[in-house]
Design a protein around this ligand. Structure first.
Ligand code: A3P
Length: 293
């Protein structure tokens, strides 16, 4: 039977991906216990932080080619891929993407000290991006506008997805502190947007990929908002996930606007003051540098 309300697992509301709706515990355990390879890379984000963008850049860098992946990112999306056994057939280097919190990461990946590319985006723009995404996919329920979404979903511990932005990011901050081998790199969405070539180069260095300045520039250019949007619309049609309804519906919103600061078009002064007060309280013991502009 289809669940009527949101699916909650380990205290988290999980996104409505078919495997999680079916049996979230099973999929989380599969991920936790998966067989890992030393050269696996996991791109991890809180939803709407630029997952596809970063995943495509990392994939191009590791394949050392400025060519779009023939299989869409959904095929390598740990909690969403239709058949988890698919992971065994992916040739190395495998570049996965996920929104799972760090405590559910594959044990072996952590033991191996294997690479984790963590993308961090400011939560105001994430809220806006998620609102439009949910609205377009039709999972907002009786939430009528952005203000209600912000209060009742994004900032509500009982309704926010995957731990909510604050806990998700603070847990990553802790993991980074304990990461003595430098396995985790954090890329800020805003830095990638402002200095795409420089940030792509930093990623290349972290991934130990030697490419010329021209090659790095080409990759960063091919992953620019307009070009990536255009390319993604065609890539899914011949893929393993071509028939997954949810992914068909989400495509236009995975590449919606791609800007920093769209929150200013959605937050009223009062909403912003309220958000800032909660942000200040939540982040009082954190050193995460969030770029709202
Ligand atoms: P907006 O809704 O603000 O436009 P995810 O891939 O994690 O779902 O994130 C989606 C967000 O990243 C969307 O934000 C999308 O437009 C933005 N995005 C995707 N590709 C981008 C790119 N190449 N440059 C900038 N933003 C990008």
């Amino acid at each position: 039977p289809k669940p009527t309300g949101p699916v909650v697992f380990d205290g988290m509301v999980v996104p409505p991906f078919p495997p999680l709706l079916q049996d979230a515990g099973k999929r989380f355990e599969e991920i936790k216990n998966m067989e890992c390879r030393k050269d696996d890379v996991i791109v991890v984000t809180y939803p709407k932080s630029g997952t596809h963008w970063a995943w495509e850049i990392v994939t191009m860098l590791l394949k050392q080619r400025a060519e779009y992946s023939k299989e869409p990112m959904e095929c390598f999306f740990l909690e969403a891929m239709p058949d988890f056994n698919f992971v065994h057939n992916v040739p190395s280097p495998r570049i996965f993407n996920t929104h799972i919190p760090i405590r559910w990461f594959p044990n072996q990946h952590i033991e191996n000290g294997a690479k984790i590319v963590h993308v961090l985006r400011n939560p105001k723009d994430i809220a806006v991006s998620m609102y439009h995404h949910f609205k377009n996919v039709g999972i907002l329920g009786d939430v009528e506008n952005f203000q209600i979404f912000l209060e009742k979903m994004f900032m509500n511990p009982k309704a926010q997805v995957m731990d909510g932005w604050f806990k998700f990011e603070k847990d990553f901050e802790k993991a980074k502190k304990n990461d003595k081998r430098g396995a985790i790199i954090t890329v800020h969405y805003e830095s990638l947007k402002k200095n795409p070539v420089q940030e792509t180069k930093r990623l290349a260095e972290y991934l130990n990929v030697e490419l010329s300045k021209e090659e790095i520039t080409e990759i960063s250019d091919k992953c620019s908002f307009k070009k990536l949007k255009l390319a993604s619309q065609t890539v899914k049609d011949n893929s393993l996930v071509a028939n997954v309804e949810l992914f068909k519906k989400t495509e236009p919103f995975v590449h919606r606007k791609g800007e920093i600061g769209d929150w200013k078009n959605h937050f009223t002064v009062a909403m912003n003051e309220n958000f800032d007060a909660i942000f200040k309280e939540e982040m009082k013991n954190s050193n995460i540098q969030v770029q709202f502009e």
